[in-house]
Write a protein that binds this ligand. Structure first.
Ligand code: NAD
Length: 444
């Protein structure tokens, strides 16, 4: 049963007051304190792997391997922060022009204060923990609003965070849209939102009232281009894995394929073979294939199955919220499936003859969160990367860019603003204060 009742506004105000008071004590500014909290967060994850896997199974029937790789894998972010925090928090000396020789200049990172993290249901654990790492490392207090659509994980997060951290430092507030709206009425020092583009606009509007800076991690239609110059086996494995992990409910999943006409039929054959290899004859009984989050998304997705010609898949089971991994051909750019983010296990395939067509298709749509290109041609790689814009990019692979802590992760345009992971996360949740120092020996 999902609890979506709103909270008494006075209660929320008290939560914030308590955190504000704790922040004012200055304890979170101590780097050793932050380090200890990151260690604690690490213990929270490692000591509770089984409950995390169980909660994710309850919400999405998430396969165990996926839970390890994509959710518990957030530990890598924690380790990276633990390794680098001392360096990140050090004041950075910066040069001054010759005529200011008696001055010195430094950039001092300081915490912003109170952070609100609002997260979605598709990676309901990882998408709370990863931004939390940045917020802790930067020395903030944090309120987390997990997604009500992944209630098992939301409940577990509330329990674990409550056990490992005092509420005046980090608190989970469970609830749905109403609770989220109530939280957004409050003044935070930063709001970190992950979710759909439409809700992102609501969040930004609410934040504007308080001049609160926002990071918006949104979605969109991430194209995947397949040129002729490829290794067919590796390409098809990497596409199938990236598309059908979490049953396609991944913000950076390849949304649609743009395939060179000359290789299209070979690619389709290879994709079918890999599907069989990964999920067997009947993916419905495969332990490696997740379910759709709820009825609403299930029905939305079954509508998208009506376009084009289904090459493989198309089978559904409403009781199980199961949609088979599906490849669709004969899609037109005006079909509904090409207008909205699919966010499910359906992969439309569109052929092209010239890369210029591909660039025009991508540029006619809002800027995507990720762009994938399979091609060994350096010239083509450069041409595509130079002439398109996307939050992230990955050449000859899918999804993996999200796992590299030294690569900032975030969108551009409709796919979001700001970024995080590794140092980018620390920077997002910090204010970089510029300070110029003079002395009294000389007076110019
Ligand atoms: P969503 O936008 O519906 O919900 C996200 C959060 O916002 C939830 O916690 C929800 O309670 C809250 N919310 C919903 N309506 C609200 C409102 N009117 N006012 C205030 N808060 C509200 O997103 P979702 O369905 O949970 O997630 C799917 C979307 O998230 C997809 O578009 C996907 O691409 C995107 N996403 C992006 C990333 C990323 O890293 N960029 C990661 C995962 C998902």
């Amino acid at each position: 049963m999902i609890s979506i009742a709103s909270i008494d506004p006075n209660t929320i105000t008290t939560y914030l007051q308590t955190q504000r008071e704790f922040f004012t004590t200055g304890r979170t500014k101590d780097v050793n304190f932050r380090l200890a909290q990151l260690e604690k967060l690490r213990t929270l994850v490692t000591d509770n792997k089984e409950s995390i896997i169980e909660a994710l199974k309850g919400d999405l029937n998430k396969p165990e391997f996926e839970s390890y790789a994509m959710e518990i894998g957030a530990i890598k972010e924690i380790d990276y922060a633990i390794k680098h925090i001392k360096k990140w928090t050090k004041p950075k000396k910066t040069g001054v022009p010759l005529e200011f020789f008696n001055y010195s200049a430094k950039i001092l990172p300081e915490p912003l204060g109170m952070v609100l993290i609002i997260s979605p249901w598709n990676y309901p654990f990882q998408l709370v923990i990863s931004p939390l790492v940045g917020s802790i490392a930067a020395g903030n207090c944090t309120i987390i609003k997990p997604s009500e659509l992944a209630p098992h994980t939301a409940k577990l997060l509330a329990k674990l965070i409550g056990e490992y951290f005092p509420p005046e430092y980090i608190r989970v507030v469970e609830g749905g849209v109403e609770t989220s709206k109530q939280l957004l009425e409050q003044k935070f020092d930063h709001i970190f939102f992950t979710g759909g583009t439409g809700i992102g606009k609501i969040v930004m509007t609410a934040a504007a009232k308080h001049l609160t800076p926002v990071t918006l991690e949104l979605g969109g239609k991430s194209p995947c281009i397949v040129d002729r110059e490829i290794n067919l086996e590796h390409t098809s494995k990497r596409i199938i894995w990236g598309k059908f992990i979490n049953a396609g409910q991944t913000c950076i999943a390849p949304d649609y394929l743009l395939v060179n006409k000359k290789i299209k039929s070979d690619l389709i054959n290879a994709l079918q073979q890999v599907l069989q290899e990964f999920y067997g004859n009947n993916p419905e009984v495969s332990p490696d294939f997740a379910r759709i989050i709820n009825k609403h998304h299930f029905h939305r997705l079954t509508e998208l199955l009506k376009a084009g010609r289904i090459i493989v898949g198309g089978k559904i089971n409403p009781e199980q919220l199961y949609i088979a991994p599906t490849l669709i051909d004969n899609i037109s750019l005006t079909d509904k499936i090409m207008e909205e983010e699919i966010f499910g296990p359906i992969l439309p395939i569109i052929e092209y003859t010239d890369i210029q067509e591909v660039i025009e298709i991508i540029n006619s749509k809002p800027k995507p969160l990720a762009l994938y290109l399979f091609s060994e041609s350096k010239k083509l790689q450069e041409q595509v990367l130079t002439n398109t814009s996307s939050g992230t990019g990955c050449i000859n692979d899918t999804i993996i860019q999200v796992a590299i802590s030294s690569l900032p992760f975030g969108g551009v345009g409709d796919s979001g603003m700001g970024n995080y992971h590794g140092k980018a996360g620390f920077d997002t949740f910090s204010h970089h204060k510029s300070v110029l120092y003079n002395g009294f020996r000389l007076d110019l």
